[in-house]
Design a protein around this ligand. Sequence first.
Ligand code: HEC
Length: 109
Amino acid sequence: MRAAAALILALALAGCDSAPKVVFADASITLPDDPIDLPEGPGRDAVIENCTACHSPSTMLQQPKVSAEKWESIVGKMRKLYKAPVDEAAVPAIVAYMMHVQSLPEASR
Ligand code: HEC
């Protein structure tokens, strides 16, 4: 131990300039999706609050165009089958938003 300590001290005293420099490259990660990358529209907040905890907006945005009734049943499925804590009162707003988004031209979604 003493020899090791002495060696470390000697290296330290030899000056920092001679020590090899460890350069960390900037690490960057790209997340798969922006969780709030949803088009503006009525009910958007309700969707962000109730739906984006489990899946990315693209899961919802890339669905085939369906009726309001179908959206209601999809939201119902989220609640019953997947136990999504969706506020009952928010369901109409969520359905309205999904209908709105699906009425937008593909490019602006
Ligand atoms: C508790 C987690 C959870 C929440 C919250 C949630 N979902 Fe889901 N959702 C799931 C799971 C699990 C699936 C099935 C995923 C798969 O099939 O890969 C799914 C699938 C979907 C699908 C794909 C079609 C289908 O019928 O399976 C749509 C659309 C969808 N969710 C919309 C919504 C909407 C809108 C909300 C908000 C009201 C919501 N989800 C909230 C868990 C959730």
